[in-house]
Design a protein around this ligand. Structure first.
Ligand code: UFG
Length: 328
């Protein structure tokens, strides 16, 4: 049966891939986005958009009053770990504050299910061990802290008001829609994979490797890269699974790759060297973040693009076809 969802941040990177997945299965998605970070061109034709900021309570109320909604998917957020270490209070206010206002509005409008785009930045693990959902929460950045604020608010909304929630902690979202409809385009771009691809293509200066003295196999940070289309699929599954209770899922492939290993993958896929320079650590970076995604896998989640080279390939193809991203 077709369903109807409000997607905040649906014009952003992960949000737009979810909107495409919803449209593909015949559901109705309404996108609420301020389009500061998101791109109008990332929203499929025919999808209704509401041009509003989450700090505008009247606009959020107005959007939610046009229910009923099967769920609200909440993506809209600032998402740069490094930036959050320069402007921590902005992150706590915009991500944490707006997230809580949205939850409050959902409770008032009788929304039954809330799916949060959360993050591995809740964890500050040492060593290479995959991180399960019940690992200690210890955000190493204001970004991670801001998402934890929302997770905590959801617990209270569930306990007191019965709002069902799913907190989906992404490890490193990467790649692009395998059908070539969507990709990654942040302004400014700060993420490793698109920067490495553009460096290989000669479109950007050499990639700066942040830190070579971490306690990892080659001294650079280790991350668990998860394809954005697999993340979108996990959202659809979470929506079904939350019928049985609240959900906290770590979403990753359970395999960590160092920064230098990602550069090697970009070299394999592109057939070009990735010019790079070695530099100091970036504040806020954890040494190693690898997911144990057991509950999601048990619920039937099956990542289709788990191989690092497959993730890089979809990202590379999109960058190649869209030298200016969603711009002209
Ligand atoms: N890196 C570089 N050079 C760059 C960019 C990144 O060396 O120019 C390194 C980073 O130091 C880090 C790794 O590459 O070790 C990945 O960095 P990204 O900026 O691509 O991603 P982050 O791990 O910082 O953060 C991402 C999302 C967050 C999310 C986090 C969870 O942006 O929203 O993954 O792991 F919380």
């Amino acid at each position: 049966m077709p369903r109807r969802f409000l997607v905040t941040g649906g014009a952003g990177y992960v949000g737009s891939h979810l909107v495409a997945a919803l449209c593909d299965r015949g559901d109705t998605a309404v996108v609420l986005d301020n389009f500061h970070i998101g791109h109008r061109r990332a929203v499929p034709d025919g999808v209704r958009t509401i041009d509003a900021d989450l700090s505008n309570i009247a606009a959020v109320d107005d959007a939610l009053s046009d229910g009923p909604w099967d769920a609200v998917f909440h993506f809209a957020a600032l998402s740069q770990v490094g930036e959050s270490m320069r402007e921590p209070l902005r992150y706590l206010l915009e991500n944490g504050g707006n997230g809580m206002r949205l939850i409050d509005a959902c409770v008032r409008h009788g929304v039954g299910r809330f799916v949060l785009s959360s993050t591995a930045a809740l964890f500050n693990a040492a060593g290479d061990d995959p991180i399960p959902e019940d690992a200690p929460i210890d955000p190493n950045s204001a970004y991670g802290e801001s998402k934890w604020m929302i997770e905590r608010a959801l617990r209270w909304a569930s306990q007191v008001h019965g709002l069902r929630y799913a907190c989906l902690r992404y490890f490193n979202a990467a790649g692009a829609d395998p059908q070539g409809r969507l990709g990654e385009d942040h302004r400014p771009e700060t993420h490793l994979m698109p920067l490495a691809i553009d460096a290989a293509l000669g479109r950007r200066p050499p990639l700066v490797v942040f830190g070579t003295d971490y306690p990892t196999r080659d001294g650079t940070c280790v991350r668990d890269y998860i394809h954005v289309t697999d993340l979108a699929a996990a959202h659809l599954l979470a929506f079904e699974a939350m019928e049985h209770g609240d959900i906290r899922w770590n979403l990753g492939n359970g395999a960590g790759y160092s920064v230098l290993e990602v550069l090697q993958a970009v070299e394999r896929v592109s057939g070009r060297p990735v010019p790079h320079v070695l530099a100091e650590r970036r504040p806020g970076d954890a040494a190693s973040l690898v997911a144990s995604a057991e509950p999601a896998l048990k619920a039937g989640w099956q990542p289709r693009y788990a191989a690092l080279d497959d993730i890089v390939r979809t990202a590379f193809q999109w960058r190649l076809a869209h030298p200016n991203g969603y711009g002209n």
